[in-house]
Design a binder for this molecule. Sequence first.
Ligand SMILES: Cc1cc2nc3c(=O)[nH]c(=O)nc-3n(C[C@H](O)[C@H](O)[C@H](O)COP(=O)(O)O)c2cc1C
Length: 147
Amino acid sequence: MRVLILYETRRGFTLTVARATRDELQRRGILATTAPLRGVDHGTVAAADALIVGTWVKGAIVVGVAPALGVEEGIARLPSLDAKPAAVFCTCDVAPGKTLDLLAAWLRRRGAAVTVGETFKRKKSLRQVPRFVDVVLEAFARAQAVA
Ligand SMILES: Cc1cc2nc3c(=O)[nH]c(=O)nc-3n(C[C@H](O)[C@H](O)[C@H](O)COP(=O)(O)O)c2cc1C
């Protein structure tokens, strides 16, 4: 299975989570790569069997909390995702608001089958990566079994 991890980062923490997730998948023998959401080419997306999409959270802590600017447009520009299994994650300082729901909804509009979402708050949350990968791989395996 080829897993493509797409990320939107500003100061690098979302990229760190994306890379840690890629490394954990690779340790388990999965072909995993990362690419910037807004820079990925259509061929790379088409070649992936499953997607993980992550963004940082932008807002005013209690109002307007959502995926970073440009994420909705970046997802809209992806090729049709054709029922590919997908997971979403976000990174934030305080709380993600509806970020994961919005990310999932935008990906579903492109045809992805999103079943997993995870929030990472700052550095110590990198400890969550192995458990996140457990849940993602279980969901992807279930999706393959019914396909
Ligand atoms: C302009 C701006 C707005 C932010 N708004 C929120 C917010 O509303 N809620 C929150 O929990 N974190 C907020 N954050 C924190 C970032 O989401 C968090 O630090 C994230 O991990 C940054 O990811 P990055 O290092 O990949 O850019 C904000 C950060 C910036 C720069």
